[in-house]
Design a protein. Sequence first.
Length: 216
Amino acid sequence: MGIFKRMKEDMDVVFAGDPSARSYIEVFLTYSGLHAVWAHRVAHACYNIRLRFIARAISQFSRFLTGIEIHPAAVIGRRFFIDHGMGVVIGETCEIGNDVTIYQGVTLGGTGHEKGKRHPTIKDHALIATGAQVLGAITVGEYSKIGASSVVLKDVPDRSTVVGIPGRIVVQDGKRVRGKLDHHKLPDPVREQCETMQVEIDALKEELRRLKEEIK
């Protein structure tokens, strides 16, 4: 596919994914996610022919302009859509398939200083929502969805939905696995602890009331 057809394909993805897109000229000039993907392709080509410094320089310049950091070694498929995009980080050994969508604040990162493959593999048609953290050499399966602000540390099977901290599968192959899926209602350990303490306080108050009555 020629470069101009590939660029048009990228812009068509924006129209498919963002109802606010109005014209090709608007998308071409103003969509930072699109600019970051195009810059990455140039940086990745340089990286593959061992122009590593130039590749990193392009990557960092793109980060300065778009707020999106993509390591030039990351492998990204076709029709990759970054919606809004500010704060997105994609690590060195990431592999992203075709027709993947991610939103602002997403991190596809590592978990330490390990060598070799240390970043996620995102399969075709996956979607990763706002603020999600997908960490380590794990795989997110085809057509899977990661809920907003989730932290995913284990493999996600195909056609699954994951939410929470740490991420848990709530839908798989169209069937509910556990709980109700609400991307805006993620586990709150502080609240859960406060509720547990309130139950214990109420029990102590009742016990104190009973002892006072016995003394009288």
